[in-house]
Design a protein around this ligand. Structure first.
Ligand code: ADP
Ligand code: NI
Length: 213
């Protein structure tokens, strides 16, 4: 890598999310970056690619990536000194990270993409994942749970994004599936604990829901 200022990239991305209204937040990006660095070290991945990729993984909507590339990520990466070739390699990772629905399997082609994808998915499960799911559901005015609505699975990304229903359903359509979709052994081990915590949470949730004294 040539002269790049990673500290400046942290500042740019943090500042970007402070002015963002789409609901993605800096704290998610910070957790994912920390997890990605931890996994990358354990797995021997290239930190010089993993760290910037994790930082910009949510700065552009993946659906625009085809025609328009990643304008926000590109601008910030160039601004802190990455050259065009490096930007391409970082964006190749970012492109492979997005979860595009349960029916669409996205197998990353590099160890670095596997690591960042694992980190992003780990932040969607466990205690943080539970909190994020209910925060997301609340922002869409969805009820916590509707006992008469059976778990629904959405095969396309559009279906998944626009799905009506309740937030508990999200555990069955996505969150409980993520453990088996981790790419690296390091992330699999971390996912086990987070997965068990979600199962415990659901058991307790149903017990309290049906409590009859
Ligand atoms: P990411 O930052 O991981 O790419 P998304 O934009 O897909 O995430 O989702 C942001 C957060 O909202 C995640 O924690 C995800 O699990 C949660 N979320 C997405 N869709 C739903 C839904 N239908 N119900 C509840 N939570 C959801
Ligand atoms: Ni993310």
């Amino acid at each position: 890598m040539n002269q790049t200022d990673i500290a400046e990239l942290y500042r740019l991305v943090k500042d970007f999310f402070e002015h963002d209204t789409t609901g993605h937040d800096w704290w998610h990006v910070q957790r994912v970056t920390q997890l990605a660095l931890h996994i990358a070290k354990a797995e021997g991945a290239n930190l010089a690619l993993v760290e910037p990729a994790a930082l910009v993984h949510d700065t552009d909507d993946w659906k625009l990536s085809g025609a328009n590339g990643y304008p926000n990520a590109t601008r910030m990466l160039l601004a802190v000194g990455y050259n065009n070739h490096q930007v391409d390699r970082i964006l190749e990772i970012v492109e492979q990270v997005s979860y595009k629905g349960a029916g669409i399997d996205t197998a990353p082609s590099s160890l670095e993409a596997m690591v960042v994808q694992d980190a992003d998915r780990l932040d969607a499960i466990g205690a943080i994942g539970i909190a994020r799911a209910f925060a997301f559901g609340g922002s869409k005015h969805r009820p916590l749970y509707l006992p008469n609505v059976k778990p629904q699975f959405h095969s396309t990304f559009e279906e998944y994004k626009t799905a009506k229903g309740h937030t508990i359903n999200h555990f069955y359509e996505k969150l409980l599936l993520l453990k088996d979709r981790m790419n690296t052994a390091t992330a699999k081990a971390l996912a086990e604990e987070r997965h068990r915590f979600m199962e415990t949470f659901l058991e307790q949730f149903y017990r309290e829901w049906d409590y009859k004294g």
